[in-house]
Design a protein around this ligand. Structure first.
Ligand SMILES: NC(=O)c1ccc[n+]([C@@H]2O[C@H](COP(=O)([O-])OP(=O)(O)OC[C@H]3O[C@@H](n4cnc5c(N)ncnc54)[C@H](OP(=O)(O)O)[C@@H]3O)[C@@H](O)[C@H]2O)c1
Length: 310
């Protein structure tokens, strides 16, 4: 089965391509013209390039492919309208190419998000709209909804590590249980979806089954760093929202994308984060294998070797 992976330069896409190659199913890696492909090239992946705004190159990239995993997109943006382009428009372009008469694609796996369940943010809305497009599309689609994905190779937990290092942390909820998923468990769930014949449109929540309060995660990190648990200050909602607005303005002025903005602040403030991965366990035979303690230790090692802890 030839598998096309979109967003192959991203955190999840890179790990997925590596694992597929490792298990003897070398994928085709789809990137953008502006993507940095050095690591994919060094790993020996076959690379295709497409323009997601126009769809140019997508049909050629899919030639002979039987399955597509749509990892392109995500929550790093310059402007909040970018969520729509990177999550919804890319899905539309993909489905248009899959609907072409020459397409051989028989299965799509959409990497959606917990944020799509009951959206409180533009990111969540863009993911939910992408999910709906696949339900209206012509190809059987499995929809995965992970929570925050972490592991070596990604820096989204860096603020927590830095907080421990400086001895104090500001968090929106100290005691609210937050679900997580290690990137390797996410990759295993994606591959299980590729190999399944689930009814089209099946939505699968996947998490590691051990939601943790942010306060507990900070304590775990403190243990790894051999530091005292940080002093935790609970940030009131208006302050978090203002911090999001400032981060957003900063990103715009620097011309860089950011994970944290007013949109993310809204997500951080939501209270219903309980997940249910029982369907994924039952129909995919999937089970998470990486405990948060192990995954955080790996993340700490990676951040340290990258010199990211300051
Ligand atoms: N990481 C998480 O915590 C998490 C949680 C839930 C769901 N997800 C979903 O999982 C998927 C992969 O996430 P990730 O963490 O791997 O993201 P990531 O590291 O930020 O990578 C994003 C990937 O998408 C590509 N991309 C970004 N904007 C694009 C656009 N406008 N058009 C086409 N390609 C674009 C990037 O290509 P370039 O290299 O060219 O920029 C990159 O390959 C995303 O759909 C995300 O929403 C992630």
């Amino acid at each position: 089965m030839t598998i096309l992976v979109t967003g192959a330069t991203g955190f999840v896409g890179t790990r997925l391509c590596a694992e597929l190659r490792h298990i003897g199913r070398p994928p085709r890696a789809l990137v953008r013209k502006e993507s940095v492909t050095r690591d994919l090239e060094a790993a020996g992946h076959r690379i295709s390039v497409a323009d997601w705004e126009t769809g140019a190159g997508l049909e050629a990239a899919m030639e002979g492919a039987e399955a597509v995993v749509h990892c392109a997109g995500g929550g790093r943006v310059r402007r909040r309208r970018d969520y729509w382009q990177q999550n919804t428009v890319t899905t539309r372009r993909l489905l248009e190419a899959i609907a072409s008469p020459a397409s051989t694609v028989k299965r799509l796996v959409l990497l959606s998000s917990l944020a799509a369940r009951e959206p409180v943010s533009r990111y969540g809305e863009s993911k939910k709209a992408a999910e709906q497009l696949t339900r209206d599309g012509s190809v059987p689609t499995a929809i995965l909804r992970p929570p925050g994905i972490y592991g070596a190779g990604d820096d989204r937990l860096l603020p927590l590590f830095r907080s421990v290092k400086r001895g104090w942390a500001m968090v929106p909820h100290q005691h609210l249980l937050v679900p997580w998923l290690h990137v390797d468990d996410c990759v295993r769930a994606i591959i299980a979806c590729l190999d399944s014949d689930l009814p089209s449109g099946t939505v699968l929540e996947v998490d590691d089954g051990q939601p943790r309060a942010l306060g507990d995660i900070l304590n775990l990190i403190a243990g790894l760093m051999d530091r005292r648990p940080p002093r935790v200050v609970q940030l009131p909602a208006p302050a978090l929202y203002s911090a999001g607005a400032i981060a957003e303005l900063g990103a715009l002025l620097r011309g860089q994308s950011t994970l944290f903005n007013r949109d993310k602040a809204r997500e951080l403030l939501r209270k219903d984060l309980a997940m249910d991965a029982s369907l994924a366990r039952r129909v995919l035979g999937w089970a998470p294998q990486v405990a948060l303690e192990v995954g955080l230790a790996e993340t700490y090692d990676w951040l340290s070797t990258q010199g990211r802890l300051g």
